[in-house]
Ligand binder design. Structure first.
Ligand code: HEM
Length: 410
């Protein structure tokens, strides 16, 4: 790693966890391609919008993180590959093959058919908290909603939701549990192992008794086309389960805080609910749940902004920095629900563009509309500076807890 590398510990401070945008602005201006050194692995961060978009479609930046000789993802333990060797960590033509099969099972018809059920889940969750006048919105609403939706889509029985949620939360909150790093790693590996066994068993059960759900559709697709192996079924299901609720949950939390701390924009949205679809895009641009795209690896030396990124380097495309690039977004740190200029890259770009985008948008629209309509005086229960967040180095940007208050009614 070059001498001017920034130690990860200098970047990922508690201030960064609370608000990474000033640090992103500095990086964009001063070191738009920044080498980062850390005891576990070195990487390069790309923070300008144009570079980020270019990097996300650069074939020299591979997603094949389990390819021969690749060590990076193996630091996440022996079960990592059994769960994560999926389309997100593959290049074409492997990626194309895996994504095509899932896209078929992820037909818009299947997603759209979920709309009434999503509205029902939202209402049921709100029914439970409304009489109490206060809630911890992550655990009472933002986390269970997408978890229940993706479970319904995949066909995970309701009786299993709690334990599946427990395992995925161990993975999500890694680094913030108060455990030592070694204990934390062991807990994540244990959760991955249990989740892996669970998914293997579930797929077996679906094979014997198919239902009208996506896992059964995937099994059907691979029986007809022979395109998806048994391990690929497991890794694909894991990707859909994890990507399908983790990001949406963190997005709902971040979006709620953004609205509650920008009362003019909140009032605007209440007055003009027709702004909701564009508001969702702006909220995602403003404080997205996936600050850095999943890692890429340079298959040859590449150069961005005159900085040589040597072959074998891990490259992080910083979505949340790119989405605040003043070259593309005027006054980028201002939440402006009427903003129209410049599409953001909060759902990625290129072949790995989010496969669940229509589901994510639908869930977010239904959830935020209902939240604002049914809790008209919703407010934060603690000052924003006291909100407990995922740690600075987490791959996700989200809240551990979101205490809120409102007037209770029956
Ligand atoms: C990929 C964001 C919700 C499934 C991605 C990527 C981003 C993203 C940025 C590309 C990552 C990369 O290139 O490294 C989001 C956000 C969401 C969301 C911000 C919520 C607000 C969902 C949902 C699903 C989903 C609900 C449903 C299952 C996927 C899948 C991929 C993906 C399968 C991998 C696609 C591929 O590799 O071809 N998402 N996502 N996402 N997302 Fe989402």
């Amino acid at each position: 790693m070059t001498e001017d590398a920034v130690p990860a510990s200098e970047l990922y401070t508690p201030e960064f966890a609370a608000n990474p945008y000033p640090a992103f602005a500095r990086l964009r201006a001063e070191k738009p391609v920044c080498p980062i050194s850390s005891p576990r692995f070195d990487s390069y961060l790309i923070t300008r919008f144009d570079d980020a978009k270019a990097a996300l479609v650069d074939p020299r930046l591979s997603k094949d993180l389990y390819g021969p000789g690749q060590e990076y993802l193996r630091i996440f333990g022996p079960n990592s590959e059994a769960l994560n060797k999926n389309m997100l960590n593959a290049d074409p033509p492997e990626h194309t093959r895996l994504r095509r099969i899932v896209s078929q099972a992820f037909a818009p018809r299947r997603v759209e058919a979920l709309r009434p059920r999503v509205a029902e889940i939202v209402d049921n969750l709100l029914d439970k908290i409304i009489p109490q006048g206060q809630a911890e919105l992550m655990h009472d609403f933002a986390i269970p909603l997408p978890m229940m939706v993706i479970s319904q889509l995949l066909g995970i029985p309701e009786t299993d939701h709690e334990r599946v949620l427990d395992w995925t939360q161990v993975i999500r909150t890694s680094g913030s549990s108060g455990r030592s790093p070694a204990e934390d790693r062991a807990a994540v590996q244990e959760a991955q192992l249990r989740l892996h066994h669970y998914l293997v068993d579930l797929i077996q059960a679906k094979r014997a008794h198919p239902g009208d759900d996506m896992i059964s559709a995937l099994i059907d697709a691979c029986e007809h086309d022979g395109h998806l192996s048994e391990p690929e079924l497991v890794t694909t299901t894991f990707l859909l389960l994890f990507a399908g609720h983790q990001t949406t949950a963190d997005f709902l939390g971040n979006a709620t805080v953004a609205l509650l701390t920008n009362p003019d924009q909140l009032d605007l949205l209440r007055a003009k609910p027709e702004l909701l679809p564009s508001a969702i895009e702006e909220l995602l641009r403003f404080d997205g749940p996936l600050p850095v795209a999943s890692p890429r690896i340079a298959t040859e030396d590449v150069e961005y902004q005159g900085v040589r990124i040597p072959r074998g380097s891990i490259v992080g495309v910083v979505i949340n920095a790119a989405n605040h690039d003043p070259a593309h977004f005027a006054d980028p740190d201002r939440l402006d629900l009427r903003r129209v200029r410049g599409p953001h890259i909060g759902f990625g770009h290129g072949v790995h563009y989010c496969l669940g985008v229509s589901l994510a948008r639908m869930e977010a629209q239904i959830a935020i509309e209902a939240l604002l309509r049914r809790l008209p005086d919703l407010r934060l229960g603690v000052p924003v500076s006291q909100l407990r967040r995922l740690p600075a180095g987490s791959p996700f940007r989200g809240l551990l807890e979101l205490p809120v208050e409102f007037t209770a009614w029956d």
